[in-house]
Design a protein around this ligand. Structure first.
Ligand SMILES: Cc1ncc(COP(=O)(O)O)c(C=O)c1O
Length: 411
C-alpha cells in the first residue's frame, strides 16, 4: 500500500565507504566518545526543565506499511523549544561559558546549576555568542545564552519567517536579518564576530572550526541515549532512518548505536530532501562535495549545501545507505502523523521532522528498495521526529489544522 506521494521519485544509494565489520574506533572517538556522551547526559539532565521526550510506538502505521514496528522519538516538546536542536546549541553555549569561567578564575569549570543560578554573571555577561540559523539552532543558542547568562546575536536570512524570528527574539537575543540566503548570513555572522570579539556557535564544522560543533553534536547524543534506554524490551531496531541537513544529527544518532552494537547495529540510513542532498552527493562522490540541488525545499532545517566535516568522519565509514525524498512525500507524512493513521494518536511533526519516516515509507512502497534494504514484515524501524510546529502558521497551512487541534483530537 502506498501511503505517501512520489515514492517513485525517491533515490537510494548504498554507501560504498561503509565498513560494517569495523569497531567504533579512534577516528570516530575523536569526534564523539562514550565519555563525552555521558558527560553531556549528566549536564543536560540537570538543566532546568529537562524531561525525557517520548518514544512513541505506531502500531497502526506499522501495520499499514507492512512492518513489525515503527518507533517515533518525538522531539516536539524538547525543553519547550519545539525541536531536538534545544540540546545542541545550548549545550555548546554552556560549555563555552563554563570554560570561560574556568579560564578567568583559574578554578574548575562550573556546572549548569551554578551558571544558571548566576554565580558567575560578572564573567559570563561580558560574553556574546552568535550564529546564523534558519530557525531551530538560533532558538537553541538564544535560549542557552539566556539560561546560562550571556548575550546572543542571531543572524537570519531573507526567507526565515517572522514567526521564527520572533521566537528567537523572545529569548532576549538580538536578531539581525541579512540580505541573501543562509550562506550569506553565515558569512555576515562570522565577519561581525571577528570584528566584535564574539564567539561563533555554529552547528556545522569546517577546516579550522571543530570544537564548538563537536559540543553541539555531543548535546544531540543525549536524545539518542534516551531512545536506546526507551527501546521496548531493550531490543534494538533493525533499521534507523534519520534526516540529514549538514549531518550532525545523523552522526549523533549513529555513533551511540555503533559504539554499543558494533557490527550488529541496525541498518542506518540518512534521508535528505532531493534538492538539498549534500550527504547523498558526497557519498556518491566518495568525499565531501557541495549539493547539486538549489536547496529549495520546504524542509527548511535540511536545506544545507555542505556537509559538516566532523559528521562526515562518522557517516562515511558508518552509514549504510543514503536516500532522497521529495517535498510532497514529507508533507504527506506530516498529515499521516497528524491524522493518526491506523488508529495511532495524532502527532505534531514539522516540515523538517519527517524526512526519515518519509524515506522508510518510500522504501517500503518500492519493492526493489525494500529488497535491497532487507525491509519487510519483521522489520522494526526507528525514526526521529526532530521538530514540532516550529512555524505554527506554516504547519496549519500544510496540515489543515493547528498543532493544538491535532493534540486535542488525539486525546
Ligand atoms: C528539525 C530539524 N531536523 C533535522 C535537522 C538536521 O540536522 P543536521 O543539520 O545536523 O543534519 C535540522 C537542522 O536544522 C532541524 O532543524
Amino acid at each position: 500500500m502506498t501511503l505517501i506521494a512520489n515514492a517513485a521519485s525517491a533515490r537510494l544509494l548504498h554507501n560504498s565507504l561503509v565498513d560494517r565489520g569495523r569497531a567504533y574506533g579512534g577516528g570516530e572517538r575523536a569526534v564523539l566518545s562514550e565519555e563525552k556522551f555521558e558527560q553531556a547526559r549528566r549536564e543536560v539532565v540537570a538543566w532546568p526543565g529537562y524531561a525525557e521526550t517520548p518514544l512513541v510506538r505506531l502500531p497502526g502505521l506499522a501495520a499499514e506499511a507492512g512492518v513489525a514496528d515503527i518507533l517515533y522519538k518525538d522531539e516536539a516538546g524538547r525543553f519547550g523549544l519545539g525541536s531536538f536542536k534545544a540540546l545542541g546549541g545550548a549545550y555548546a553555549v554552556f560549555r563555552l561559558l563554563a570554560d570561560r569561567v574556568a579560564e578567568k578564575t583559574g578554578g574548575a569549570a562550573p556546572d549548569a546549576a551554578a551558571l544558571a543560578g548566576g554565580d558567575y554573571r560578572d564573567i559570563t555577561s561580558a560574553v556574546t555568542v552568535c550564529c546564523a540559523t534558519d530557525g531551530n539552532h538560533g532558538r537553541s543558542v538564544a535560549w542557552g545564552a539566556r539560561t546560562f547568562g550571556c548575550r546572543a546575536t542571531i543572524y537570519i536570512h531573507e526567507t526565515v519567517s517572522d514567526a521564527r524570528r520572533d521566537a528567537i527574539a523572545g529569548f532576549g537575543a538580538e536578531v539581525v536579518r541579512t540580505p541573501g540566503n543562509y550562506d550569506d548570513s553565515v558569512r555576515q555572522a562570522a565577519a561581525d564576530a571577528a570584528e566584535n570579539g564574539w564567539h561563533v556557535v555554529s552547528d556545522t564544522s569546517y577546516d579550522g572550526y571543530m570544537d564548538v560543533p563537536r559540543d553541539v553534536m555531543q548535546g544531540y547524543t543525549v536524545m539518542t541515549e534516551e531512545a536506546i534506554r526507551q527501546l521496548p524490551g531493550g531490543r534494538p531496531p533493525t533499521h534507523i532512518f534519520v534526516q540529514g541537513g549538514v549531518g550532525g544529527l545523523a552522526a549523533a544518532v549513529l555513533a551511540p548505536f555503533w559504539q554499543r552494537y558494533g557490527a550488529d547495529r541496525p541498518r542506518f540510513l540518512v534521508v535528505e530532501p532531493e534538492r538539498a542532498a549534500c550527504l547523498y552527493d558526497s557519498a556518491e562522490a566518495g568525499r565531501p562535495v557541495a549539493a547539486d540541488g538549489d536547496l529549495d525545499t520546504v524542509m527548511a532545517g535540511l536545506a544545507c549545501g555542505e556537509v559538516s566535516l566532523l559528521a562526515w568522519q562518522i557517516l562515511a565509514p558508518g552509514a549504510d545507505d543514503f536516500m532522497t525524498v521529495t517535498d510532497d512525500a514529507a508533507l504527506d507524512v506530516m498529515r499521516l502523523l497528524a491524522d493518526g493513521t491506523g488508529g495511532n494518536a495524532g502527532l505534531v511533526a514539522g516540515e523538517s521532522a519527517v524526512a526519515g519516516l518519509a524515506g522508510a515509507l518510500a522504501a517500503l512502497a518500492r519493492p526493489e528498495f525494500a529488497e535491497r534494504l532487507a525491509l519487510g514484515r519483521d522489520s522494526r524501524i526507528l525514526v526521529f521526529g526532530t521538530e514540532g510546529d516550529t512555524d505554527p502558521a506554516l504547519y496549519k497551512s500544510i496540515v489543515g489544522r493547528s498543532a493544538e487541534a491535532v493534540r486535542k483530537s488525539s486525546n
